[in-house]
Design a protein around this ligand. Sequence first.
Ligand SMILES: Cc1cc2nc3c(=O)[nH]c(=O)nc-3n(C[C@H](O)[C@H](O)[C@H](O)COP(=O)(O)OP(=O)(O)OC[C@H]3O[C@@H](n4cnc5c(N)ncnc54)[C@H](O)[C@@H]3O)c2cc1C
Length: 258
Amino acid sequence: MRELTIKIKDKKRIKDDVFLMDLYAPEIATRAYPGQFIHIKTDDKITVLRRPISIHAVNKNVISILFRVKGSGTRALSLLSDGDTLNVLGPLGHGFSLKPRKNDAFVNILIGGGMGVAPLMFLAQKLTNKESNIVILGASDKNSVLCEKEFKTLNCKVHVATDDGSRGAKGSVTDLLLDLFNKDGFQGKANIYACGPEAMFCSINSIIADKKNVNCQISYEQFMGCGTGICCGCTVKTKTGYKKACKDGPVFNIREIW
Ligand SMILES: Cc1cc2nc3c(=O)[nH]c(=O)nc-3n(C[C@H](O)[C@H](O)[C@H](O)COP(=O)(O)OP(=O)(O)OC[C@H]3O[C@@H](n4cnc5c(N)ncnc54)[C@H](O)[C@@H]3O)c2cc1C
């Protein structure tokens, strides 16, 4: 982990409140792996603590972040311009394991609920056999679906679910997951990688409860203080004791938690 000053190469508003930012950061780009995050200091005079944001994609020396404006920190970030600099710590955290099961042909299923899509693009960039990777994206309506085209560019098979049915299937990402297991089955073998709200994790967990050959890693985002394991502000209760989301996570095996 390093403290770095990095330059904004490009900032785009991709939805009303969602921004994609490219940052020139060779020190992070060469060391990061999917599921890790950067901890950003914003100079807005209101936000005291740094804000954790996932590494969304990596292209050569450039890392991208995708974020939704929620409060003061992300608003300050959204107001910055190309050429401005950011003070960050990173790469931080324990990310996704790309080969949780080594010996069998497992299908990869990436599930992003809302902004949960953010860390999954870097994962899709890194997973091999992209044409057999399935991505399930969830959003409230057609205007809120994120990154569908980009995952297709990486040759992933993309399924979309929206709450109001205005794009893809009407319902949730977990309705789609259940559908896929019922229709295809994948011989019961799958690696699931998920990021999204807690209710989504609960539902995934009940779908896979009786599927011994389904491995599921989740990026379990918590409010964070230091981001480096010192303050214990992001402690998570797991079956093997309390763990820190910033250091032992944010990626955990779902069965460690539920
Ligand atoms: C490891 C990690 C990676 C993340 N990656 C991304 C990302 O790639 N893109 C992105 O848009 N967001 C991401 N988040 C969430 C992001 O950090 C928060 O939205 C951000 O800190 C909010 O800061 P703020 O000052 O704008 O809002 P605040 O004023 O701090 O909060 C505004 C509202 O957002 C909610 N909120 C704040 N922090 C969190 C949090 N950690 N989890 C859930 N809800 C929160 C609160 O309920 C609050 O009401 C990530 C969080 C973690 C822990």
